[in-house]
Design a protein around this ligand. Structure first.
Ligand SMILES: *[C@@H]1O[C@H](CO)[C@@H](O)[C@H](O)[C@H]1NC(C)=O
Ligand SMILES: *[C@@H]1O[C@H](CO)[C@@H](O)[C@H](O)[C@H]1NC(C)=O
Ligand SMILES: *[C@@H]1O[C@H](CO)[C@@H](O)[C@H](O)[C@H]1NC(C)=O
Ligand SMILES: *[C@@H]1O[C@H](CO)[C@@H](O)[C@H](O)[C@H]1NC(C)=O
Ligand SMILES: *[C@@H]1O[C@H](CO)[C@@H](O)[C@H](O)[C@H]1NC(C)=O
Length: 489
């Protein structure tokens, strides 16, 4: 029942994506924001006359509540009667209620899960006395009382499907006992202080649909991946080394692959071409080397490919490099030491909205077919060795305005009536010159130099702000996570 609500709400929230945080889980299914109790439950968990909560489980919940600083809960005579946010129960055929879900933590102002006292909370071992528990959710619960993830959670193997321990300040390694949770579909340990390597035992969780270990201090290499149902793999913002295991090719339900901000090396395995569902691939800020595998061209669902900040890439792009990527909207290949010319095949990907190729060694001219990229809203080609005329229509130039970055190239220029004239206009500066400068252009030159200087002065400050592509990518990521949660929950 709950999953129905979560799915519905998740869908409703999709249009609000730019406003939401990158992850929104378990929106409670009630409009009453203050009360923890508001009448009988409906549907499956509806109270029937004479139905009672399993006494042993009730005692266990009291323990768990006490351990999170919610001592008041021990005054509740029957925790499955009445509608307690954060506690979900299901009756069995004998009308006995069992606890199936526990959630803690102030996710947002309008959730009413019991909060944790972050200075003294811990996870009570009594959790192992809940044989029917499917979902455990702790958010910002132990931040000021840092503790390891308890290994006894591994004893919930027969029932647990969702384990979410986000931003809890957990320290130490990921317990190998989590490998016992063989029915797990969602494992989310985002933003703790976990260290050590990813235990290979997790490879046994073959039913996983979402694995998020991002934002920790995990070291070592990525273990063999063989998760046929996995939609989301997020290991970003760790200290992982080694290369991407070629077994990634067996995760053929993968929609989002985020390995950004690690220390990964080697090239992208050819097996990535088998991941036909992929929508987002973010491998930015690693030490990957080029070239792209041939197979990457067959990823025709891919919407965002982000590889910026891989300076060891240092290869040329083949002329048909991205030919099959019909859905591609975001391509971010900044600062990769790319060589050679911009592939003409890019100009055929008419869905492109954001293209960053800045900070490379690209030479030659901008392919003429770039003028067909009518959806383009942001284009960065600055800091390369590009030459020749800019092929865009006047409309495109004016649409992109300041989101068109062309400065610091060897010799880009614009033709007449291309939309670049009037470079002294306050809100727009292309930082390039006309291809055939008029004679006696002394004033023009002054204007140009002045505007270049202004641009150079304003650039460094804008570069630290989250850029448009980052924002779009992060929105896209949010969309995926929510979309995937819809599939999972
Ligand atoms: C919310 O719950 C409180 C306490 O049970 C109740 O007094 C109030 O009327 C409820 N509000 C709504 C909007 O249901
Ligand atoms: C859990 O896993 C550990 C190590 O992987 C194993 O020794 C233990 O028997 C398992 N425990 C249970 C309750 O399954
Ligand atoms: C993990 O961090 C703890 C301190 O929180 C430290 O004592 C331990 O040695 C670290 N382990 C590894 C494998 O880095
Ligand atoms: C571009 O650079 C490559 C080397 O990176 C060189 O072989 C090629 O001739 C250059 N092309 C042009 C048009 O300058
Ligand atoms: C931009 O970020 C770098 C590195 O994080 C920092 O050193 C620099 O001071 C920042 N610049 C501005 C203008 O904030």
């Amino acid at each position: 029942m709950a999953s129905f609500f979560y799915t519905t709400l998740t869908l409703l929230f999709l249009p609000l994506l730019p406003l939401t945080k990158p992850y929104t889980v378990l929106i409670p299914d009630s409009g009453n924001q203050s009360a923890l109790i508001d009448g009988p439950q409906t549907g499956l968990s509806m109270n029937k006359i004479g139905a009672r909560t399993d006494g042993r489980e009730q005692e266990a919940v009291y323990d768990i509540m006490r351990a999170t600083g919610n001592d008041w809960a021990t005054d509740i005579p029957d925790i499955c009667r009445g509608r307690w946010h954060g506690i979900e129960c299901m009756p069995d055929k004998d009308n006995v209620y069992h606890i199936v879900s526990l959630s803690f933590g102030a996710l947002s102002d309008d959730t009413a899960f019991p909060t944790c006292d972050p200075t003294r909370s811990y996870i009570s071992k009594s959790i192992t006395k809940l044989p029917h528990i499917r979902t455990l959710f702790f958010y910002r619960c132990f931040s000021y009382n840092p503790q390891p993830i308890p290994s006894f959670l591994g004893q919930l193997g027969p029932s647990l499907q969702t384990l979410i321990l986000r931003e809890n300040g957990h320290v130490g390694p990921i317990p190998i006992e989590l490998g016992n949770l063989t029915r797990l579909k969602v494992l989310d340990l985002h933003r703790n202080n976990l260290n050590g390597s990813i235990p290979f035992q997790l490879s046994g969780l073959t039913g996983l649909r979402s694995l998020d270990l991002s934002g920790n201090k995990l070291t070592g290499s990525i273990p063999s991946l063989s998760f046929p149902s996995l939609s989301v793999l997020d290991l970003s913002q760790n200290l992982l080394s080694g290369s991407i295991p070629s077994t990634i090719g067996s995760c053929d339900s993968l929609i989002k692959l985020d390995l950004s901000r690690n220390r990964l090396v080697g090239s992208i395995p050819e097996t990535i071409g088998t991941l036909k569902e992929l929508i987002l691939v973010d491998l930015s800020y690693n030490r990957f080397s080029g070239p792209f595998p041939m197979s990457i061209r067959s990823l025709n669902s891919l919407q965002a490919l982000i590889l910026k900040g891989n300076p060891l890439w240092a290869k040329a792009l083949a002329s048909d490099e991205f030919d099959g990527m019909k859905s591609l909207m975001i391509l971010v290949l900044s600062n990769m030491n790319l060589q050679g010319s911009i592939p003409e095949s890019l100009g055929r990907l008419i869905n492109l909205r954001v293209v960053y190729l800045d900070g490379n060694h690209l030479n030659g001219s901008i392919p003429i077919n770039f003028k067909n990229l009518k959806n383009l809203g942001e284009l960065k080609l600055n800091d390369n060795h590009l030459t020749g005329p800019v092929p865009f229509s006047r409309d495109m130039v004016w649409k992109m305005r300041r989101k068109l970055k062309l400065q610091d190239n060897s010799g880009l220029c614009y033709g007449v009536d291309s939309g670049f004239e009037g470079g002294s206009e306050e809100s727009f500066d292309s930082a390039i010159s006309p291809c055939n400068p008029p004679l006696a252009g002394s004033t023009k030159t002054t204007v140009h130099h002045l505007s270049t200087t202004l641009d150079a002065m304003t650039l460094p400050s804008t570069e630290n702000k989250s850029s448009g592509a980052d924002r779009q990518a992060s929105c896209l990521q949010t969309a995926f996570v929510m979309f995937v949660l819809c599939l999972i929950l």
